[in-house]
Ligand binder design. Structure first.
Ligand SMILES: *Cc1c(COP(=O)(O)O)cnc(C)c1O
Length: 391
């Protein structure tokens, strides 16, 4: 065998069947082969287990999918290269020309843009309401056949809580499917509700370290099967190395989510007491207008704390710039704390009236609490508030 041949047919290292790695290896291979054409065909027909091409599936990504499905309390899952990819692929796969969907002002910006620009181009219409408007949801469902409702809880950026039981009941009664982007609540919450599809950005709490992008759709077997053929041709499969990093981050998911929730609770309680700080929104605050609903739906309230500075946008800018432990950057749920000042929070696709409906004011600031010592975070926040003329 010449060297050019050898490098393409390297020696196989066999691991004996009774000898297992404790951490699953990364199967960084696009292709998988069987010994015979017949076995290959049997695998493709689903008559035996095995892998063929990584755009359909790969053992490393499959391990992550099975873990996520179990945590969310459903049977199956597919992972994608990013959270936005999973939102796009799910909505493109579930809808067709002439159909109508319901969405909300309080949603992730790119999801709204996808619905308006991309689905709109293919003749899918939508009604956009406020997540608080249950009467409006019912009226919209009565007014016209609706394929699906896509919503979030807690919502971005002001932590409004969707009434999941009420929304899913209305959807069932009117033959609409429900798609819940559960990124903020994480993979361990909301599983007991009658939701058809759960979507996640794995980039946030699930991987947790801010070093990898990923997305997941989780549902029961038949519902995932309905998407699988389309997902294979959309083609944004998660890379096995990214899947390995996410699976690794997931091991500390519960410790991180709960520590971040506990620190966020302390930050929220501290902010409520500060001069120049208004309308602190954190679902764990007993003073939060939706605390009772949040308590009934959630066991942990997450790491996002949002509030308004009475000094407006300029105070928000000074506050964010004076913070030392918070990076001025989007995203959430990572080990470092992050801040979004008002200048970066407003969504360009929402006119002023809808921004107000979404709960975004001129002085709105969003914090994502990381894993730093909470005493240090409070000291940093106190100092930055004074620098911004508050506190
Ligand atoms: C971040 C986020 C997304 C998009 O995820 P990416 O992994 O950044 O593509 C979707 N929905 C929500 C609620 C998010 O916070």
């Amino acid at each position: 065998m010449k060297d050019a041949t050898l490098v393409n047919h390297p020696p196989q290292v066999e691991v004996p069947p009774d000898n297992h790695p404790v951490v699953a290896p990364i199967h960084q291979s696009v292709k998988f082969e069987f010994e015979t054409v017949e076995e290959t065909l049997r695998a493709l027909r689903g008559e035996r287990s095995g892998f063929f091409y990584a755009r359909s599936s790969n053992p490393t990504t499959r391990q992550l999918e099975l873990t996520l499905a179990a945590l969310q309390g459903r049977e199956d899952c597919m992972v994608c290269a990013s959270g936005v990819a999973v939102v796009a692929q799910t909505l493109l796969s579930l809808t067709k020309q002439g159909e109508h969907l319901l969405c909300f002002v309080e949603s992730y910006g790119p999801t709204r843009q996808l619905i308006r620009r991309v689905l709109g181009k293919f003749g899918v219409t939508h009604t956009m309401l406020s997540i608080e408007d249950l009467a409006g949801i019912e009226a919209a469902l009565v007014a016209r056949p609706t394929r699906l409702i896509i919503f979030e809880s807690p919502t971005n950026p002001v932590n409004k809580i969707a009434d999941i039981a009420a929304i899913t009941r209305l959807a069932r009664a009117h033959g609409a499917m429900t798609v819940l982007d559960n990124t903020f609540a994480g993979v361990h919450q909301h599983g007991r509700y009658d939701v058809d599809y759960y979507l996640h950005s794995l980039t946030k709490y699930i991987s947790g370290h801010g070093d990898v992008l990923g997305g997941a759709v989780i549902a029961n077997t038949a519902l995932i099967r309905a998407l699988r053929a389309d997902f294979t041709v959309f083609g944004s499969m998660l890379d096995p190395h990214a899947a390995f990093l996410i699976q690794r981050g997931l091991k500390s998911y519960f410790l991180r989510y709960r520590a971040q929730s506990a620190s966020a609770q302390r930050v929220a309680e501290y902010l409520v007491e500060q001069r120049g700080v208004e309308r602190v929104r954190y679902p764990g605050l007993t003073s939060d207008p939706q605390h009772a609903l949040a308590r009934s739906q959630m066991s942990d309230f997450g790491g996002i704390v949002t509030f308004d500075l009475s000094g407006g946008a300029e105070a928000g800018r000074r506050f964010a710039e004076a913070l030392e432990l918070f990076a001025i950057t989007p995203s959430l749920g990572s080990t470092e704390s992050l801040v979004m000042p008002p200048q970066l929070l407003g969504s360009r696709d929402l006119p002023d009236e809808l921004q107000r409906q979404a709960g975004i004011g001129p002085g709105t600031v969003r914090l994502s609490i990381g894993l730093e010592d909470p005493d240090d975070l409070l000291t940093d926040i106190g100092r930055a508030l004074r620098a911004a003329g508050a506190g």
